[in-house]
Design a protein around this ligand. Structure first.
Ligand code: HGY
Ligand code: MN
Ligand code: MN
Length: 402
């Protein structure tokens, strides 16, 4: 195995250069929602870096940006779009590490490596939209019909690339996909370990729940006569832990991340509440049981309150996905070589594009620690030494794959 001579200073400089695009002025955080001006500027920056590294930059029809090396190659990458208040490393780390390894390998006559930054991993429009379309899990027509909370359709958003995007890249060009990512949880940080070799990625389900009660006067409507959509939503949220008690494990999670009340005025009893309910687990059957429990709870509360309650499944299915066993073994060898006994095998509680790419080719993932386990927040961070260790492990694994 010939090592790939990565340049960690250049890698860190590129990471900080990318952070500056859409960077928050008061923190290390970034704002680069898919197809925003900042996201497009970051993709243009990346395309220039790809070209300078001798890779062919190519946008596909949904905004995935590939840096292609001729012939068959190993694909490395992640995403460069972010949450509304994103961390500077979520996605960007894997993209910049991929760029550095592809660039160093090409310069040293090493194995052929291509790079990708998938579009809308963070779900401004759908969920892992760019890699879902590339992997054939979401049709282009269905993706185009997706509408962001701000009313922008995916079709209108991606139209900005018209004339600049080529065809979808043939997945057969690639032998395998490796994604480096921050853990986004506390496990490695608390254990004082440097590397996580990912065994599998959780599955995710999400529904949009709408409660229709009775809009009314906040002063003259007696409490006993109200059909207050918010209090019904609150009953659902507070009932879930007890209803899930015999189904879930400590790793199961569920989140109400967004709620809208209508009409949203202080002196009006809200007649309508609409909120997202998302749940995740590594086991498909448990996801099913959680879904059945949610639906039964909605029926019970609708009957008890006289409110109409609807639930619309929001996202295409993102099933739990095991990582390729041989790639897990290679990443474990690389971890032991670079960070002896400071690594572990572990599941991913976050979703990643690798979940989708697994439908096309063998995939593997490697984590670096998140300080305090914080992510999807401006405070997200990882020590530079851990960033460099992750780069070296990914490069070592890429060299072993060849
Ligand atoms: O939500 C997720 O797990 C991913 O970070 N978008
Ligand atoms: Mn991510
Ligand atoms: Mn994320």
């Amino acid at each position: 195995m010939t090592p790939i001579p990565v340049d960690s200073a250049r890698f860190l400089a590129d990471l900080h250069a990318l952070r500056a695009i859409g960077g928050d002025s008061a923190s290390k955080g970034v704002r680069r929602r898919a197809f925003s001006a900042e996201d497009l500027a970051a993709r243009d920056w990346l395309a220039e870096k790809m070209a300078a590294a001798g890779l062919e930059p190519r946008f596909d029809p949904v905004g995935n940006l590939f840096g292609l090396t001729p012939g068959r190659s190993l694909l490395l990458g992640s995403h460069s779009d972010t949450q509304p208040e994103g961390g500077w490393l979520d996605g960007a780390l894997g993209v910049v590490a991929a760029l550095e390894i592809a660039r160093a390998s090409r310069a040293a006559g090493g194995p052929p490596i291509s790079v990708v930054s998938f579009q809308d991993e963070e779900g401004r429009f759908g969920a892992l939209t760019g890699s879902s379309v590339w992997a054939g899990k979401l049709s282009l027509a269905a993706a185009d019909a997706l509408v962001a909370a701000d009313g922008m359709s995916f079709a209108d958003a991606r139209a900005v690339l018209a004339g600049r995007s080529g065809d979808f890249v043939d997945p057969a060009r690639f032998s395998a996909f490796l994604e480096m990512h921050i853990e986004q949880g506390p496990v490695l940080d608390l254990a004082g370990e440097a590397i996580g070799v990912v065994t599998g990625i959780v599955g995710l389900r999400q529904v949009q729940i709408t409660i229709t009660g009775q809009q009314n006067h906040a002063g003259t409507t007696p409490m006993a006569h109200r059909r207050d959509a918010f209090t019904v939503a609150a009953r659902i949220a507070t009932a879930l832990p007890e209803r899930f008690a015999n189904i879930v494990t400590p790793q199961s999670v569920w989140t109400i991340g967004h709620i809208a009340l209508h009409p949203g005025a202080a002196s009006v009893v809200p007649g309508r509440a609409s909120f997202s309910l998302q749940w995740r687990d590594i086991d498909s059957d448990r996801l099913d049981r959680m879904e059945a429990t949610i639906m039964a709870l909605l029926d019970d509360i609708a009957a008890d309150t006289g409110c109409e309650i609807s639930a619309k499944r929001l996202r295409h299915d993102l099933s739990p996905m095991p990582m390729d066993l041989s790639l897990q073994a290679i990443l474990a060898q690389a971890a032991q070589a670079v960070a002896p006994d400071r690594w572990r095998m572990m599941p991913s509680g976050a979703l990643h594009d690798a979940s989708n790419v697994a439908a096309l080719m063998p995939v593997g993932m490697v984590f670096v620690p998140s300080i305090g386990g914080i992510s999807h927040a401006f405070d997200e961070d990882t020590g530079e030494a851990d960033l460099v260790t992750g780069l070296q492990v990914l490069a070592d694994a890429a060299a072993r794959i060849g």
